[in-house]
Design a protein around this ligand. Structure first.
Ligand SMILES: Cc1cc2nc3c(=O)[nH]c(=O)nc-3n(C[C@H](O)[C@H](O)[C@H](O)COP(=O)(O)OP(=O)(O)OC[C@H]3O[C@@H](n4cnc5c(N)ncnc54)[C@H](O)[C@@H]3O)c2cc1C
Length: 390
């Protein structure tokens, strides 16, 4: 697999960087402090046609390739991780429709999502079903030409503000999560749906993470994605692709912290010299830069694999998310170190970036789960019989 950045990729990066530096960076600290969703920036991204990049042009999207979608997320996350979740979750919430939706379902929902008129969210996790999503308890009981959804979801990004949710629920309790799970499109103005509680979080504080309740929510059978029992496959196929966005988010956070640390070290003086002239600091900056670059190149390679639709795309996207998430955590921690005590206070953005980085090691599969996916595929390729990991 090979890839090259095109002139269009470079142009997109320059355009988004300028937009982000002018309009998102100045808002980042206030978004973090207030923990309020930046509706103005959602409108800005919609106006700039930056929420429709993963949708085909016939549905009103701009149909960018996956490297371009990574560049977009990366440049927004370099300014503010919370805001980068707006395109990330728009894609995450609509990927189940791309994976398994009928033409009629796509025509009904994609134009409103591509334009940013509607927000989407992805509702899989439950209190008892985190890494082991097959343990989910939310039920979908058939009732004539509809299903009645009952249960609760936990940790759903944008769940309280989305217009459309892709919800995973058991249609066959005896078959269990892997074979008895189905996926549904749920419009959030349907009676019986509520989002009663938001989490108080360490980072990405402007992005609402909601608990969702479903009390006999009536969903037309026409809103089921694929067949009954396809839910687990749809969820995994979604996450296999969507992890790429988290890798891009991690790289953007790392790059933002590195850039700030370089600028700070160039003006801070101790012992009669600039901190940036000290070799001990230069070595840290060099490690931060090379690790970020390595994560970026791996992520673009994974993006090219997703574009090609290769069978081993889960291996590549998990490798990318694993390396990029760990890189973001390491680089932001080192950025705090480069700023010394000033890195630890909220006058400077690197402490926020360090808090934001942590989530990239947790959501869309923790780093342990990424290792399980990579190891399983590695062993399969090597002809080693694999037992399902626990
Ligand atoms: C801010 C935020 C936003 C989120 N957004 C969404 C969303 O939009 N939609 C959604 O559906 N979910 C979302 N999630 C849920 C997220 O994907 C889960 O939190 C994550 O998958 C881990 O599940 P858990 O928290 O239950 O941890 P657990 O599964 O309880 O894991 C606990 C620990 O055990 C480890 N572990 C678990 N299984 C294994 C194993 N087999 N081998 C080794 N180690 C293991 C884990 O890595 C972790 O360290 C979000 C979570 C957060 C915090």
């Amino acid at each position: 697999m090979t890839y090259r950045l095109t002139a269009d990729h470079l142009e997109l990066r320059a355009m988004v960087r300028e937009l982000a530096e002018e309009q998102i960076t100045p808002r980042a600290a206030a978004i973090d402090a207030s923990a309020e969703f930046p509706w103005d920036l959602k409108e800005l991204l919609a106006r700039q046609d930056l929420l429709g990049t993963s949708f085909e042009t016939r549905y009103g999207g701009t149909e960018l390739d996956n490297i371009a979608q990574c560049i977009l997320v990366e440049e927004i996350a370099r300014a503010d991780a919370t805001t980068s979740l707006i395109p990330i979750v728009q894609k995450l919430g609509s990927l189940p429709l791309s994976v398994a939706g009928s033409e009629e379902q796509k025509q009904r929902y994609f134009p409103r999502l591509a334009s940013g008129e509607w927000l989407a969210a992805f509702a899989l996790t439950e209190a008892g079903a985190g890494s082991d999503v097959a343990q989910l308890r939310t039920r979908a009981r058939r009732d004539g030409d509809a299903y009645l959804l009952t249960g609760s979801k936990r940790f759903i990004t944008h769940g309280s503000i989305a217009n459309l949710l892709t919800v995973f629920a058991l249609t066959d309790t005896d078959a269990g999560g892997r074979k008895g799970m189905s996926a549904f499109i749920v419009e959030t103005d349907t009676p019986g749906f509520s989002a009663p509680r938001l989490e108080h979080k360490m980072g990405i504080r402007g992005s609402p993470t909601a608990e969702l309740h479903f009390d006999e929510v009536r969903v037309p059978a026409a809103n089921r994605l694929g067949e009954e029992g396809d839910g687990f496959r749809i969820a995994m196929a979604t996450l296999d692709q969507s992890r790429l966005s988290v890798a891009a988010q991690a790289i953007g956070i790392a790059q933002g912290a590195l850039d700030f640390a370089v600028g700070y070290a160039a003006q801070r003086e101790q012992f009669g010299e600039r901190v940036v002239d000290m070799q001990g600091i230069q070595f840290m900056l060099a490690d931060m830069a090379s690790q970020t670059e390595a994560a970026r190149q791996l992520t673009y390679a994974a993006a090219a694999v997703v574009d090609a639709g290769d069978a081993d795309l889960a291996y590549w996207t998990s490798c990318a998310k694993l390396i990029a998430g760990d890189t973001a955590m390491r680089v932001t921690t080192d950025a705090v170190q480069v700023l010394g005590g000033y890195g630890y206070v909220t006058d400077y953005p690197v402490e926020r970036m360090m808090r934001d980085a942590k989530i990239t090691q947790l959501y869309e599969g923790t780093q342990q789960i990424q290792r399980m996916i990579v190891a399983r595929q590695l062993l399969q390729r090597s002809g080693v019989p694999v037992r399902r990991s626990r």
